[in-house]
Write a protein that binds this ligand. Structure first.
Ligand SMILES: Cc1cc2nc3c(=O)[nH]c(=O)nc-3n(C[C@H](O)[C@H](O)[C@H](O)COP(=O)(O)O)c2cc1C
Length: 203
């Protein structure tokens, strides 16, 4: 990875227009250093996993998402906690992306950062543990620390737009992205080796 060109793919686990998690992905784009880029992919385009669909080949949006995950240096997943776990929207996207039926999962050895915000005090701590467990499957390399657990979100986001307005939290997010770049650098060699292996396998 060239330090001047660190590409993050941002995924938000909420489809709501004024979602604070969409707001986190937007804020990541805004606060990222100039040598980083943060692209997002809208999970509304991903259907529920259905093996009948998969039998006909991965749907186009799934192929696109898998390719974007493969191409980026790291994935930022900003997700709410739903029912002490994660939303079905995100689970469905991961169901498709963690499969290795037609080609190896792009999440294998992929560095991942997780962020979340909740109206209460827990800041998605339980949901993040569930997501970490799911991402053991490829396995992805989920950054253990620092964590972005944003509590009392109503005081930190513009509720009309979902924009992250709290300066301290924006600074925290900036530091988190820098840490994600450092974390990703640790896996440069294994990741390169895996990409070569993948290319050789599909040649
Ligand atoms: C179906 C559902 C389940 C939820 N479960 C939890 C939960 O287990 N823990 C929690 O802290 N908040 C829970 N919430 C509240 C969410 O944290 C809150 O709605 C959050 O702002 C959603 O993120 P968004 O603004 O990105 O849509 C739940 C909300 C919904 C709609």
């Amino acid at each position: 990875m060239d330090h001047r060109d660190f590409r993050i793919l941002g995924l938000a686990g909420s489809l709501r227009q004024a979602s604070v998690h969409r707001g986190i992905v937007r804020a990541a784009h805004e606060v990222a250093s100039e040598w980083m880029s943060c692209e997002s992919f809208d999970l509304a385009r991903i259907p529920y996993f259905n093996q009948d669909l998969e039998d006909e080949g991965n749907p186009e949006p799934v192929k696109e998402l898998r390719e974007k995950v493969r191409a980026c240096d790291a994935v930022l997943i900003a997700t709410p906690e739903y029912d002490y776990a994660i939303p079905g929207v995100l689970t469905a996207a991961l169901d498709w992306c963690l499969r290795s039926r037609y080609d190896p999962t792009p999440f294998r050895h992929k560095p991942v950062g997780i962020a979340g915000a909740s109206p209460g005090g827990a800041g998605t701590a339980r949901g993040q543990m569930v997501l970490r467990q799911i991402l053991l499957h490829p396995p992805a390399y989920v950054m253990p620390d620092p964590q972005v657990l944003i509590s009392f979100s109503r005081q930190k986001f513009d509720l009309e737009t979902g924009d992250l307005v709290d300066k301290e939290t924006r600074d925290r997010l900036r530091r988190f992205l820098s840490a994600l770049a450092e974390w990703t650098r640790r896996f440069e060699e294994p990741t390169k080796a895996h990409q070569v292996q993948t290319r050789e396998r599909s040649a």
